[in-house]
Design a binder for this molecule. Structure first.
Ligand code: ADP
Length: 436
C-alpha cells in the first residue's frame, strides 16, 4: 500500500512538473517574442527620426547595427534598399504580411522560420510619412531552440523535484499509514480520543469486525469441544458394552439389555452426526434452492410421521389451519417441523397434547407449535436456541435429543427471512411461533 501511495504521489508530482514547465516555456517564449518586436520597434523609430530617407542618397541607411537587417520598401512593394542583399535581385515585398499590415495600419509584425530550425526571423515594419515602409529584421531563437537551451536546467530541476517528491511522499505515506498501523497493533486497548477524528468510524468498524471474528472463533472452539464431548459419551458406552461381551462377562439374561444399550447409543450417535451435518450445511456458503410449497401439507406429513412416536409417549397430536403457500426449501422446512413437533412430544407428560397450526395473519404465513408439557423456566428461555444448550441434559439424552434441534430451527428460520418467538411457563407448556 505504501508503495502504491508513493508511486501515485510521485506520478502526480511528475505530471504537475511537466505541465508547469511546458506552460512556463510557452509563457516565456511569448514574453521573449514581445520583447524582440518591441526592440525592433524602438530601433525602427530611432532610425525614422535620425535618418533621412532619400532615394538618391542611401548612405544614411547603411548604419551598421549588429544582427539587424534594414530594408526600405516603397508603397508598391519594390525594395529600395536592403542592408544585406542586393535590392535589385529582391522580389516584390507587397505580399509579406508585415509590409501589407504596415501599409494598411502603419505598422506590421511577423515571424518566419529561418533556414535553420534553431532560429526564427522577426520582422517589424513601419510606414514612413512618405508612404514607404521601413522594415527591420533580426534573427532570434525559435521555440525549439529555447526548449533545447533550457532542457539541461529543466532536467536538473526535474531530478531535484523528483528526489524531493520521493522523500516527501515517503514521509507523507508514513504519516498517513502510522495511525492505521497503531490501530491495528493496539486494536483492543486504543481509545477513540487517541485516534484522528476521521478514523473513528474506521476504528469502530474494525473493532466490531474483530470482536465478531473472536466471537466466531470462540463459538467454533466451544462447538468443537462440545461435539467431541457429545460423541465421546455414546462411543464410550458402546465400547464398554462391547468389551464386556467380548470378555464373556455378560450372562445370557443380560445380553438383550446390553444389545439394546449398544443400539440406543448408536442411534444417539447417528442423530448427533446427522444434526452436526445439518448445521454445517446451514452454515456453509452453498446456495439454498427454494420452491413454492404448501406449508400446511408439509406440516400434515410431519405430524403423520411423528404419530407413532407420539402414541408411544402417550401424547395427542392436534392439527389445524389452512393451506398456505410459502417459498421455502423442502428439506429445511421438514427438519424445522420435525424438530419443533418432536420437542413438543419429547418434553411432555403422558396424556399431554401438542397443537400444530399453520395459517396466515396480517404479516403472512405462520406456524405455531404449542404443547402443555413441562415448559421452560424463564432463566433458560434465552439460551435454548444455543448449540448444545439443554435445560435437563439427562431428559434430552434419554429421549434422543442432541441439543442442536432449536439451533438448527433458528438457522432455518433466518434463511427464510422469518422470525421465531417463544412463550413458555415452567410446568405449564410451551408455544413456539414462527412468522414467515
Ligand atoms: P434437544 O435435542 O435437547 O431437544 P433442542 O435444541 O431442540 O435440543 O432444545 C434445547 C432444549 O430446550 C431442550 O433440551 C429442552 O430442555 C428445551 N426445550 C425445547 N423445546 C421444548 C419444549 N417444547 N418444552 C420444554 N422444553 C423444551
Amino acid at each position: 500500500m505504501k508503495k502504491k501511495i508513493n508511486l501515485r504521489l510521485l506520478g502526480i508530482a511528475f505530471i504537475a512538473m511537466v505541465i508547469t514547465m511546458a506552460c512556463m516555456t510557452g509563457i516565456y517564449y511569448q514574453v521573449f517574442v514581445r520583447q524582440v518586436h518591441q526592440d525592433l520597434k524602438t530601433d525602427a523609430n530611432i532610425l525614422k527620426s535620425t535618418v533621412t530617407f532619400s532615394r538618391d542618397d542611401m548612405t544614411g541607411l547603411s548604419v551598421d547595427i549588429e544582427s539587424l537587417r534594414i530594408t526600405w520598401i516603397d508603397e508598391n512593394g519594390t525594395v529600395l534598399f536592403d542592408s544585406i542583399a542586393d535590392e535589385e535581385s529582391m522580389e516584390n515585398h507587397l505580399d509579406r504580411p508585415e509590409i501589407s499590415a504596415a501599409l494598411k495600419k502603419g505598422e506590421g509584425k511577423s515571424i518566419r522560420n529561418s533556414d535553420t530550425m534553431n532560429m526564427n526571423t522577426f520582422y517589424y515594419a513601419l510606414r514612413l510619412e512618405d508612404g514607404t515602409v521601413l522594415r527591420l529584421a533580426t534573427e532570434a531563437r525559435s521555440p525549439f531552440n529555447l526548449i533545447i537551451s533550457i532542457l539541461p536546467t529543466m532536467l536538473v530541476v526535474l531530478v531535484v523535484v523528483v528526489v524531493l517528491c520521493i522523500i516527501l511522499a515517503d514521509i507523507l505515506t508514513r504519516q498517513l499509514i502510522r495511525p492505521i498501523e497503531t490501530i491495528a497493533d493496539h486494536l483492543e486497548e486504543i481509545r477513540e480520543e487517541e485516534v484522528d477524528k476521521e478514523l473513528v468510524p474506521f476504528l469502530n468498524t474494525i473493532r466490531a469486525q474483530h470482536e465478531n471474528i473472536l466471537l466466531a472463533a470462540k463459538s467454533r472452539q466451544d462447538f468443537t469441544a462440545n461435539v467431541s464431548h457429545e460423541l465421546k459419551t455414546p462411543l464410550t458406552a458402546i465400547s464398554g458394552y462391547a468389551e464386556l461381551i467380548e470378555n464373556h462377562m455378560v450372562g445370557p439374561e443380560q445380553e438383550t439389555h446390553f444389545a439394546q444399550e449398544i443400539q440406543k447409543n448408536s442411534t444417539r450417535l447417528l442423530s448427533l452426526i446427522n444434526d452436526i451435518i445439518n448445521l454445517s450445511e446451514l452454515d456453509g456458503e452453498e446456495a439454498v434452492s427454494y420452491e413454492i410449497l404448501d406449508l400446511y401439507e408439509l406440516a400434515k406429513g410431519s405430524m403423520e410421521a411423528l404419530s407413532v412416536n407420539a402414541q408411544k409417549n402417550g401424547v395427542h397430536l392436534h392439527f389445524s389451519g389452512k393451506p398456505v403457500t410459502l417459498r421455502c426449501n423442502r428439506n429445511m422446512m421438514c427438519e424445522l417441523l420435525d424438530n419443533l413437533c418432536q420437542n413438543g412430544i419429547r418434553y411432555n407428560h403422558p396424556g399431554g397434547d401438542v397443537w400444530v397450526e399453520v395459517s396466515t395473519n396480517e404479516k403472512g404465513a405462520y406456524l405455531m407449535v404449542k404443547d402443555n408439557g413441562i415448559g421452560i423456566p424463564k432463566e433458560h428461555q434465552e439460551r435454548i436456541f444455543e448449540r448444545f444448550y439443554r435445560v435437563d441434559k439427562s431428559r434430552s439424552r434419554e429421549t434422543g435429543g442432541t441439543g442442536l434441534g432449536l439451533a438448527i430451527v433458528k438457522h432455518i428460520v433466518a434463511l427464510h427471512d422469518g422470525t421465531i418467538s417463544l412463550q413458555s411457563e415452567d410446568g405449564q407448556g410451551t408455544t413456539i411461533h414462527v412468522q414467515f
